[in-house]
Design a protein around this ligand. Structure first.
Ligand code: HEC
Ligand code: HEC
Length: 321
């Protein structure tokens, strides 16, 4: 590529990052998660049952919880890519469902606007739960007395795809990991995190991670290119293959653009990135430093940043116990 063009492109990217970080600072770069949010308890209770319901899959083997395991409070399967019906593998890593309610859109490419819209997909996705149609899924649960009476009470007897998705979405709103050591620190307890972790937070801001990973979910509130300062397809492996948001919008500038993921549970949810191809958090941070920030960073700084990331893990949500 022409050097002059490359330089002006870099300058442009640098300027955008500067604007982003100014914006982030003005709003306080990271804010605590609320202790709870408004939830309709009856819908959530029904939604919990549906979240674990394998009858929503074509061969009765897979539920939402198969790929979003709530044990250990991770909300994911900890596999590079998930395994659906008939042992089929997808191409993307399953993000955690915990704190997903705080994301501005759902999926790596943001193709679902809401949790309700999101929940309509996996049941009829041929490589996930594999149902031919939502009607078949509803038929499977219709005969169950629990569902019959629950839908009577909660949805006036209307057992529809939209209402199943609505109930599951309501349950997922209860899956929030609050009161992390870092949130305690933000709320004024200066001893909630160690000196090294405080240094890690300073570096997270100073190096510019916070320009993209910010807000209450430390991510989940914007789209960004993967490979801002260095082309990600130069990295060995599969990371450059998925065109991300481009598949949704068809816009050239959306190539390899992804939703910036929340880092709230990052230390608990390996492997990393949209294709789960990176095994450890240290490697993931290393790739971020190279490709998003175009820098070199001393080892001690990297490990302080990872140490800071571990303070973002909150209490295991009740529904997940
Ligand atoms: C076979 C595994 C599998 C099953 C079953 C499954 N998911 Fe997922 N889930 C994934 C993968 C993989 C992604 C990411 C896909 C993408 O971004 O294109 C995902 C994404 C999500 C997201 C978006 C999170 C975010 O931060 O963007 C939510 C929420 C979610 N799933 C909830 C559910 C619910 C609810 C069900 C059941 C109705 C379900 N999933 C069933 C694997 C699965
Ligand atoms: C220009 C925006 C931007 C900057 C700056 C940035 N990131 Fe990211 N980060 C992203 C995007 C986008 C992804 C998702 C990449 C993908 O998988 O497609 C991501 C993914 C991650 C992941 C993997 C999360 C997961 O669950 O897979 C970690 C960890 C991470 N970033 C940490 C950092 C750290 C630490 C810094 C600073 C050293 C940083 N990021 C700087 C945009 C950014």
């Amino acid at each position: 590529m022409d050097l002059k063009f490359r330089r002006s492109q870099l300058a442009m990217a640098g300027f955008c990052m500067f604007l982003l970080s100014v914006f982030a600072q003005a709003n306080g770069p990271i804010t605590p998660l609320p202790f709870s949010i408004d939830v309709n308890p009856r819908k959530a209770e029904l939604g919990e049952k549906l979240f674990f319901e394998t009858r929503l899959s074509k061969d009765g083997t897979i539920s939402c919880a198969s790929c979003h395991n709530l044990e250990w409070g991770s909300g994911t399967d900890l596999k590079p890519v998930s395994v659906g019906v008939d042992g089929q593998r997808g191409e993307r890593n399953a993000p955690t469902v915990i704190n997903s309610v705080f994301n501005f859109t759902q999926f790596w490419d943001g193709r679902a606007e809401t949790l309700i819209e999101q929940a309509l997909e996996p049941v009829v996705n041929p490589i996930e739960m594999g149902m031919e149609s939502w009607d078949d899924a509803i038929d499977n649960i219709k005969k169950d007395d629990f569902y019959k009476s629950s839908f009577d009470i909660v949805y006036g007897g209307k057992m529809t795809a939209e209402n199943v998705a609505d109930a599951i979405a309501e349950f997922q709103k209860t899956l929030i990991s609050t009161n992390s050591p870092f949130d305690q620190f933000l709320r004024g307890n200066s001893r909630a995190i160690t000196e090294n972790q405080k240094r890690g937070y300073q570096l997270f801001q100073a190096y510019g991670c916070v320009a993209c990973h910010q807000g209450q979910n430390v991510g989940g509130n914007m789209f960004q290119k993967f490979g801002v300062l260095k082309d990600i397809s130069l990295q060995a492996g599969t990371l450059g293959r998925d065109l991300g948001r481009f598949n949704v919008t068809g816009n050239q500038w959306d190539k390899r653009v992804f939703k910036v993921p929340s880092l709230r549970l990052a230390v608990k949810t390996p492997p990393y990135f949209h294709d789960g191809s990176v095994a450890t958090i240290d490697e993931a941070v290393d790739i971020m430093i190279q490709f998003q920030l175009g820098r070199e960073v001393p080892e001690a700084d990297k490990s302080a940043i990872v140490d800071f990331l571990s303070t973002l893990v909150g209490e295991i949500p009740e529904g997940a116990l």
